[in-house]
Design a protein around this ligand. Structure first.
Ligand SMILES: [Cu+2]
Length: 132
């Protein structure tokens, strides 16, 4: 079992418990609880996943996207120096200047884990895109 799957189960249990607590305080409606959707990384109003690069570290470093859907990352480089969002698995390379932003477009991904790095600071600037 992957740790991601374990987290999903934990999240499901928490959601279930929350629903139970709420039900205890309000009149039951008899409606079935909503299915728990996978915990995709939230997007901004433009539908982009914002990823901050600071002190040569990506936050979040684990990015969860729906498989089979195009997505965009907005890389917000808060370091004074440029870095390159680089991933051979994702087939993308994008230089983002210091104190600048850049958009990385992701193709439709098969379910899986796709590592990326900041090529100019590869020992600290690392992350993964998880498509599920
Ligand atoms: Cu490169």
């Amino acid at each position: 079992m992957t740790s991601a799957f374990r987290r999903l189960i934990a999240a499901s249990m928490l959601a279930g418990f929350g629903a139970w607590s709420a039900a205890a305080q309000t009149a039951p409606t008899g409606a079935a609880p909503a299915a728990v959707a996978p915990a995709y990384t939230p997007t901004n109003a433009a539908g982009q996943i914002e990823v901050v690069l600071k002190d040569h570290v990506f936050t979040p470093s684990q990015i969860r996207v729906p498989a089979g859907k195009r997505t965009q990352l907005l890389i917000k480089n808060q370091d004074p120096t440029a870095d390159e969002f680089d991933s051979s698995a994702l087939k993308v390379e994008k230089v983002v200047g210091g104190n600048s932003e850049g958009v990385v477009r992701l193709r439709e991904l098969d379910p899986g884990t796709y590592p990326f790095m900041g090529e100019f600071n590869p020992t600290t600037a690392q992350g993964v895109v998880i498509a599920e």
